[in-house]
Design a protein around this ligand. Sequence first.
Ligand SMILES: C[S@@+](CC[C@H](N)C(=O)[O-])C[C@H]1O[C@@H](n2cnc3c(N)ncnc32)[C@H](O)[C@@H]1O
Length: 459
Amino acid sequence: MDNIKPPTYLQWDSDIDSNKERTPRSVREIERVVVNPIRDIQWSFEQMAEPAIPVNAVYNRYHYGDNYELLKVLCAENSRRIDLIYIDPPYMTELDYHSTIGVGSYSDVKHVSREAFKDRWPRGLDSYLDMLYHRIGLMRQLLSKEGSIFVHVDWHVSHYVRVLLDEIFGRDNFVNEIVWCFSGGGNSRKHFHRKHDLIFWYARNQDYIYNPQHRPYTSGTVQRGLTPVKGERYKLHEDGALMQDWWIDINKVLSPTARENLKFPTQKPKELIKRIIASASHPGSLVADFFAGSGTTAEVCNELGRNWIMCDNSRVAMQTTLYRLINSSSAPFSISADKSYLEESTSGHLILKNPVVKKCDNNKYVIDIGIQTYRSQIINKDFNPKNFADYIEFWEVDLDYNGKVFNSHFQVIRDKRRFMEAIALDLRLPMTTIKNYQIAIRVYDIFAHAAMAVAPVNM
Ligand SMILES: C[S@@+](CC[C@H](N)C(=O)[O-])C[C@H]1O[C@@H](n2cnc3c(N)ncnc32)[C@H](O)[C@@H]1O
């Protein structure tokens, strides 16, 4: 008789074919962004410290589309260079999530709700587990020798996900189960308010990166530390106490007026992601988030000097991240997309002004460009402004469009309030090239749709 004990694993009614046999669709680079935000309605390019420079080396990447396609492509590259993956997937809540924004003017604010993503599963838990199991399996293949993954979930599925992770990574590679506690409203009279999430940390193997994190000592410990105690062991450390696996010092992004609040449902606080990235990666590491949402991980990576790969298949998530990266003066990045996703999100009707070239006193040339009009394809009965600019969230300029990849050299956004205030519709820019060429402008509207138009420049 065979004595080998079968491994413990989770069994469900899997429909593997729908995931495994699907031929990966093409993932194509559509845009490169060198961030040069223009917020001032009276902006003039002389104010710029440095003109926009097209970059060749772009280390950061955003993919708009299903992460399954991207994971397949990355696995085919076989580079195993990601030091840290943080994912915050849907939690099987069976809800639809909306991003509601205030638009119009300060004196007449209207609310527009955009669907961000659906957390519904045709075969319930079975299809949810199919989705996560295959994707996390691919993610493991991408981790470097010292790499690890943080998987953020809540009570709906945490118990299943932990068993999946044991199977994919091996129980020996479990590092921590972090309990993130937060406060906020709740009105259940049937049970305790559910006010924590779980973040599972698993490593590829035992040599994973860990930079110990500290927290302030409690006042009791500080008091005791002031009294003479026995031995070195009890001395207080100047960095504070070592962090435990339960975190109560970071709250959700609750305030509607918080600078950080991008009105993306399920948005996580930067401080939380900062702690994770600082603990499990080094400056210069490559960090990935395949369920990027509002792009919190990308912004934190920029702040901490990490390179990044982000992915999301929601238009609202993609546009929110793009805005966030522009507004926070991100490092350059490229955007790839799945063709089918792209077509679906290109819908508005954009007409440009004819570009006008002028010679300046210093013999240099400048070009005046602008938007003649923009019409969104979405009709919203509550919001029907006279001024077409009210429909525009932000726009980008490619000063020398090559007909293939949009090189975003300048991005026009509003100052402070993302959807209100006036937005510039005309720009005067330095000429980058003295030849016949074409400029392109891409507009992102408040319904998270985009439109692009091209205008020839004749010298
Ligand atoms: C919980 S939210 C992430 C929130 C994010 N951590 C933040 O701070 O904003 C989950 C995200 O996963 C995205 N998503 C769900 N399924 C996906 C898939 N198959 N491929 C790519 N993104 C997906 C959703 O569109 C949603 O934006």
